[in-house]
Design a protein around this ligand. Sequence first.
Ligand SMILES: Nc1ncnc2c1ncn2[C@@H]1O[C@H](COP(=O)(O)OP(=O)(O)OP(=O)(O)O)[C@@H](O)[C@H]1O
Length: 476
Amino acid sequence: MLRVQDEHCRTPEAQPLTEEEISMMVLKPRSGYDLEEERLTLNFQTMLTFMEMLTSLITAAGVIVLCPLVKGLVPCSFLNNLFSIYEEYFCTPKITLFFRTDCGLSDNQMYDVASTYLRAKIVDSSKCLNVGKTVRQERPTFDIVPGAEVIDSFQGIKGLKWKLHAEKGFDGRECRRYFTLSFDKKLKEVVLESYLAEVISRSKAIQEAERVLKLYSRDFVYGTPGREWSSIVLEHPTTFEKLAMDPEQKRMLKVDLDKFISRKEWYKKVGKAWKRGYLLYGPPGTGKSSLIAAMANYLKFDVYDLDLTSIRSDSALRRIFLSTSNRSIMVIEDIDCAKLEDRDKEEASDQLILKKPKFTLSGLLNFIDGVWSSCGEERIIVFTTNHKEKLEKLDPALLRPGRMDVHVHMSYLTMDGFKQLVSNYLGINGDHQLLEVIEALLKNKQVTPAEIAEELLKSEDPNIALRGVVEFLEQK
Ligand SMILES: Nc1ncnc2c1ncn2[C@@H]1O[C@H](COP(=O)(O)OP(=O)(O)OP(=O)(O)O)[C@@H](O)[C@H]1O
């Protein structure tokens, strides 16, 4: 007989687990939606009897499969499950590790580690692969498909069996994925102490080698249990070199970022969260989003785009921040338009972060400091606004020293910025008779880089494009 002992519902007569039983513990998800961890212990003395029963059952199942008359009546998936349960738990004493997408409040990094590690293995060992390619990628990438297995080896040890599972909800739709790694009980020490370390380090090396920046947003995560963010590859072409901005301002920003990156020990010494806050302000179309892309490209940091108005509770905000990775930029755009004070009217709940007295932006920063000081490193947070003066009214404390570390004014286009745009769009480096005319016009006009970029896009012929700019400035 199989004795199943659940940590949460042990029978009154159950004895404390022996060391042998503890070492046999595996984590196993329950069926259906409920993935709560369940400890399953197998008792050797009772296992044989059960195996006999199971063998008979499987033999019967085999007969059913072979019988063409009834074959169609038995769902294939049922038999597959039966076989894999048999093989997984009863052929040899096994340990199975589960790598699920979530890990308490945050995403489980080990799921991503496993996914990256296995991607490098599957081309040789899998029969089914997902193939993908974005416009900018030269080569396709391959990914493991649900149900596929990868048998790995390590230091002469064979039979480390990985499998990707896709779990379906009651409506038949896939609701979450997880990997399992099954191995002989004898290998427990080597797997937990050496193999997993090797998997982590290989996956890190692969990620570094094929590093693509990602843009995370929360637009598509609703209905995806276990994930707070969805991502796409960030392929923004803007770099500091391409930005139409005061050259000295650009230089200082790069120095500031370099200094931030190199000061890990300093942040530790003074007991501050290793984060830096930037406030980018200026009229629409002056390049605030472009600057964020330039910062991400410069640092090779992922970007998280957070819409604050969609967050209902303190705990949701904490979960969302905890689900972001290190070496990333959190962007909160148009902070003055967030209408944060209105949210407390929508619902009366103790959880709401925006109850009166009003939620303040500096309060949010305190909150973020708290979350990140406990678990985040190399984090940048960027607020943008078109109206700094509105922000002063909304939350004056935000602009006090020590709140946002760097304030960057994105101004209307200057001649330096214009030369940069002309170089980007027309390949001209300060050498055209219309440049002087344009310089004189720019001194008295307020135009944004976005407006001029639009004009420059109209023709690849420098004479036509620059004449268009002159006309545009004269009419402005
Ligand atoms: N400083 C700049 N340097 C180079 N290109 C720029 C700059 N500013 C704007 N542009 C061009 O204009 C487009 C829009 O600019 P961007 O979205 O970065 O401005 P923004 O200040 O973030 O605007 P908004 O406040 O409306 O979001 C960019 O895609 C880019 O082509």
